[in-house]
Design a protein around this ligand. Sequence first.
Ligand code: SF4
Length: 308
Amino acid sequence: MSTWSFSSSRLFRKCQRQWYFKTHVAAARAKDPYRREAFLLSKLQTIYAWRGSIVDQVILMRYVPTLKRGQQILRSDLLKYAKEIFDRQLKYALANRLREEGMKITEAGDSFAAFFSVEYCEEITQKEIDIAWQDIELALDNLLSMKDLYARLLEATHLIPQRSLSFTIDGVNAQGTPDLIAFFADYPPLIIDWKVHTFASNDYRLQLALYALALTSCKPHKDFPKDPLCYQLTELQLTEIQLLTNQQRHYQLTDTDVYAASNYISRSALDMNLAVDPADGEISVFDLPTASNPDECQRCSFRSMCWK
Ligand code: SF4
């Protein structure tokens, strides 16, 4: 059983085959061409998802480090870096460099991007690209306008972005990567999740509860200033930040939320185990059910392998 995560559980619910391609077949260093192909396809992004990843990267590489130094965050610095990686990644993706012989993502560094539309020969219009850039600008402008957030984060003793937290719950090996963990001298940690969605209708309470569970259940990392176990889960501060709609949603967990989050992991992991552990021998991706909603196939990176 591969490590459980919230994103893999969501994928499993959408399509078990897609989940299996991503979590069991795709392997970066595989000599087997089938697994290598699955790995390459797993890197495809829609333009919509890509513009969100650019915002994440700017926050990771510019916003948080500047905050850590206690310096003023300049709009021009954020946008300059955003435009640099936007242009480089756009060029890389449009040239379909994913398909270059011997391509290594580590060598491409922050120039790497691969577009679903390029792989599947769909047109990408200049309008789509312009909208992607406008969304990135808007998301960063909204972030800079959140002065209360900035002041709150300035008080942190430690800011830890994109940290993978491994933990075991009810015998399930799980992993979660909160966008940002802020530790404070006198009060419980804050977990932040950035979202770059046009329609911020989803409730991300469960996802943040899972991150809270991860933080309080993982072995504390060396650079954590305090053992997060000294706090009750219900004491943690959780904030979802919708960068396109300029909204912040704060959550305080209840015991019911904590129970629901643990239960969600156990049930989801059990379903995954049952799917890949048939009594009658080795599993093939084609033994798994297809997506219940056919629209899912139109956006699926693994379509070429699944439909072969
Ligand atoms: S093409 Fe459709 S059925 Fe096949 S893996 Fe993708 S979403 Fe699932």
